[in-house]
Design a binder for this molecule. Structure first.
Ligand SMILES: [Zn+2]
Ligand SMILES: [Zn+2]
Ligand SMILES: [Zn+2]
Length: 95
């Protein structure tokens, strides 16, 4: 499905392709990486201690993320709490 939060999204390249922005700053570790499709923030997943992707989504009101794991192609909306269609424009920015 395409949720209303995806409308008008213009995905941009990852700001910190090497890892979770907050974890890199604090020297923490993560399990999986997620890419914010609104601003290019890279955060860690809900199984990671920091849960920075989710916290970023709520704090910045940027609800739609995509997996930033190699060869994974899916997107998730934190408001709808559902898998959503991965926008074509985001493909070049995934790993
Ligand atoms: Zn949504
Ligand atoms: Zn993190
Ligand atoms: Zn964002």
């Amino acid at each position: 499905m395409i949720c209303e939060h995806e409308k008008g999204l213009e995905p941009v390249p990852a700001r910190t392709p090497e890892g979770c922005e907050e974890c890199l700053r604090t020297g923490s570790t993560w399990v999986h990486l997620r890419l914010c499709l609104t601003c290019g923030h890279v955060g860690c997943c809900d199984s990671s201690p920091g849960q920075h992707a989710k916290r970023h989504a709520h704090r910045e009101s940027h609800p739609v993320i995509a997996s930033f794991e190699p060869d994974e192609r899916w997107a998730w909306c934190y408001v709808d709490e559902a898998m959503v269609d991965l926008p074509e424009e985001a493909m070049p920015y995934l790993r």
